[in-house]
Ligand binder design. Structure first.
Ligand SMILES: [Fe+2]
Ligand SMILES: [Fe+2]
Length: 166
């Protein structure tokens, strides 16, 4: 049995995962417009991955007999700047998501809701991986700075991501 306040907290997180998906799709559209097609493809796969995250929470709630009420999704920005700014915005967003997931985990522990805590630990681990991946991309982008050839190399490398790692 999930407490009403935990149900609400998970419904809010479900919304945030959909917003994440939306944000990555907006980033993908921006990169696509700026002809960074590798980054656009990478971000598009990240959009799909965030969609899977949202579905994972949805499935958990419905599986536990909770009636899910969906709320509206905020509009993401449409301009992000260059590639470095895109991935810095991604990192800021993921850090915010990590702190929200930590708060949710604290609540689950406090309520001795171990099933929810278990679900949330999957997300906490996923955040570690996402922050590390995005951090690696940012490090490379900082290295090449405004060098056009370097940016093209990184864009090509981003194009090689073939699946939404879940
Ligand atoms: Fe996520
Ligand atoms: Fe994420």
């Amino acid at each position: 049995m999930i407490s009403p306040s935990m149900q609400q907290a998970l419904a809010d997180q479900l919304n945030r995962e959909f917003y994440s998906a939306y944000l990555y799709l907006a980033m993908s559209a921006s990169c696509s417009h700026n002809d960074f097609n590798g980054a656009a493809s990478w971000l598009r796969l990240q959009y799909e991955e965030e969609h899977v995250h949202a579905t994972k929470i949805y499935n958990y709630l419905t599986g536990q007999g909770v009636k899910v009420t969906l709320s509206s999704i905020d509009q993401p920005p449409s301009e992000f700047g260059g590639l470095l700014e895109v991935f810095e915005a991604s990192r800021r967003h993921e850090q915010e998501m990590t702190s929200r997931l930590n708060e949710l985990s604290d609540q689950a522990l406090k309520e001795k809701d171990h099933a929810t805590y278990n679900l949330l630990q999957w997300f906490v681990n996923e955040q570690v991986e996402e922050e590390s991946t995005v951090g690696g991309i940012i490090a490379k982008l900082r290295l090449v700075s405004d060098d056009g050839y370097g940016l093209l190399m990184i864009d090509n490398e981003l194009a090689s991501r073939s699946v939404a790692v879940i």
